[in-house]
Write a protein that binds this ligand. Structure first.
Ligand code: SAH
Length: 216
């Protein structure tokens, strides 16, 4: 079967990601096969593969593709994994995760965003993703434990209820910091407890909820 050539901006993005040391071909392939334009408001679609976060309404943003790639790579997602994403937003990160994992549970506090994301994920035929409207700062106990938890909203510290929902050897990746600037943090659960490592700066919209920032 012949495949359409990849758009030039996507090829440029993939080259940039490889240069940044993101070498996991499964991650790059998952990203490249998820049409980001479907997750953007109409006027922004021609710019889909530019490496920017864009506004998606309700004061929220779709993450930069390089940040999606970096967080996904840090999480070491395996085909048998159960994944929780907190902060569905457009649904793009969930779609990338759905290509790599067995099950993806993604939660969003703004109902209108959840509805749009659900529609997009269904249109792509990604039947292993469940979108739920709720405060994800407390995790989603019903489907725990998770092999991977991704927080795609800034949190003041890694929410305790979330690390407790990690399976043995589970990985949580989150932007941790204040409202202006955060650090990407990965927490790994091992036999002794939790190991936390930092992976450089990031900027996300805030996690709002019990374990996040108070609503302004
Ligand atoms: N992953 C998204 C981008 C997320 S933007 C994408 O790929 O497009 C962060 C999202 O987190 C926003 O949509 C915001 O509404 C949501 N959010 C913030 N606090 C939340 C909470 N406590 N529970 C669930 N979602 C939350």
């Amino acid at each position: 079967m012949s495949q359409a050539p990849l758009p030039v901006p996507l090829l440029q993005l993939l080259a940039k990601l490889r240069a940044q040391g993101i070498s996991d071909e499964r991650v790059l392939q998952a990203l490249a096969s998820t049409p980001r334009e479907l997750f953007l408001p109409e006027p922004l679609r021609p710019r889909a593969w530019e490496d920017f976060a864009f506004e998606i309404g309700y004061g929220q943003t779709i993450s930069q593709p390089s940040v999606v790639a970096r967080m996904t790579a840090l999480a070491h997602v395996r085909p048998q994994d159960r994944v929780l994403e907190v902060g569905t937003g457009s649904g793009f990160q969930a779609a990338v995760l759905a290509r790599l994992a067995r099950f993806v549970f993604t939660v969003e506090r703004i109902p209108q965003l959840a509805v749009q994301a659900r529609r997009r994920l269904a249109a792509l035929g990604l039947a292993n993703v469940t979108v739920q409207v709720m405060d994800g700062s407390l995790g989603w106990r019903a489907h725990a434990p998770y092999d991977v938890i991704l927080l795609t909203a800034a949190c003041p510290s890694v929410p305790r209820p979330l690390v407790e929902q990690l399976a043995p050897h589970g990985r949580l990746v989150a932007p941790v910091g204040d409202l202006r600037r955060q650090e990407l943090v990965r927490v790994v659960r091992n036999e002794q407890g939790f190991i936390s490592e930092s992976f450089g700066p990031a900027t996300f919209v805030p996690l709002v909820g019990k374990e996040g920032f108070a609503l302004r």
